[in-house]
Design a protein. Structure first.
Length: 173
């Protein structure tokens, strides 16, 4: 395999990061899963779980690829954005796991931390995407080379920042 192709495929460390992101998502979703849900509610919870798990994987994947594998040219813009978008879910999972009581969404510290940190992360994502691809000349925006899957997922999550905000509202309700 050529040196430029290293890191373009999913490996064991990436899988470990995905499992860790799923653990973070389960901390956020566990309280809701214990309640009595209809079939539609279970579908919605599964979609929210998948989105939060994917987003929360970012910081772990960033650390694994940046410090343990030391890939050439890593991180790209999408990788960094994915890590930034995942940090609010990681921080609030820690807060949720140490808070006493059953409903952390009614706790002002949990709610304020999730809302403010996710708003900052989404604002950073919008600014970076806007300045990198929207307000540049078309030739410069088209010069983007084929990137690893991690950067593409990070860019997709960054462009879909309104979904992050909607899921934040659902987690808090």
């Amino acid at each position: 395999m050529r040196r430029s192709q290293i890191g373009r495929d999913v490996n064991v460390l990436d899988g470990l990061a995905l499992v860790t992101g799923s653990a973070i998502a389960s901390v956020h979703i566990l309280r809701v899963m214990r309640s009595d849900l209809s079939a539609g509610g279970w579908v919605m919870i599964c979609l929210i779980f998948a989105w939060v798990a994917l987003t929360a994987t970012g910081p772990f994947l960033f650390v694994a690829r940046r410090y343990s594998r030391r890939l050439p040219g890593y991180p790209l813009v999408g990788d960094s954005l994915w890590a930034i978008l995942g940090v609010p879910w990681l921080i609030t999972a820690i807060i949720e796991s140490v808070l006493p009581g059953d409903d952390p969404s009614h706790n002002p510290l949990f709610a304020a931390t999730l809302v403010v940190s996710l708003a900052i992360a989404c604002l950073i994502a919008v600014v970076v995407v806007w300045t990198t691809w929207v307000i540049v000349p078309p030739d410069q925006a088209m010069e983007m080379e084929v990137t690893p899957w991690t950067s593409r997922v990070g860019l997709i999550l960054s462009i879909a920042w309104p979904i992050q905000c909607g899921i934040c509202m659902m987690v808090l309700s």
